[in-house]
Design a binder for this molecule. Sequence first.
Ligand SMILES: [Zn+2]
Ligand SMILES: [Zn+2]
Length: 189
Amino acid sequence: MEDTQIMQQRKTTIGVFAFGDVPAIVLKVIAAHISGYLKIDAEIMPSVTHPYYALDRHRLQYDCGLILQTMNANRFDGYEKVIGVLTVDLFVPILTYVYGEARQGGKIALVSTYRMRNNPHSKSELSSRVYERTAKVALHEIGHLFNMLHCEDEKCLMHFSGNLSTLDKTPLYFCRYCTVYFRDALKRR
Ligand SMILES: [Zn+2]
Ligand SMILES: [Zn+2]
């Protein structure tokens, strides 16, 4: 009995959930990337309601800080970390927009498909490139949840991407230094 409990405590599962209406395939691609590249179990969770409260009426964008603060009340028991997926434009006060957001060492990260299209205002179908970009940002934000900082190495998932061409050049894996850091972060828990 005790052994089982210890096993359960050590098991890392990352939950992936939608805020409102997000195409199911986006959640599936993110979960597949988490298990495929980070080698951590990922599970799709029930969706939560769209964060209307976080819409800034002047910027017409959604405030990441408000969403994270509100979601903090939810304990997400059974999940080591969770990532919430949106389709709306996200911001933090100091930046024009963000692709995703996470607090260092926190539990909850956000990612949005909104700016993953070359033309964010286009309502055209999501393409496989959009899925891959979204998943890449999701993995990067999960890195922050495991306390990882931005990395200077352009060939590293933790390299900061402020535009799509940088994001497209960023790989889905960590550099050697960050790989070691990430493995250690998983062990240290
Ligand atoms: Zn970052
Ligand atoms: Zn790195």
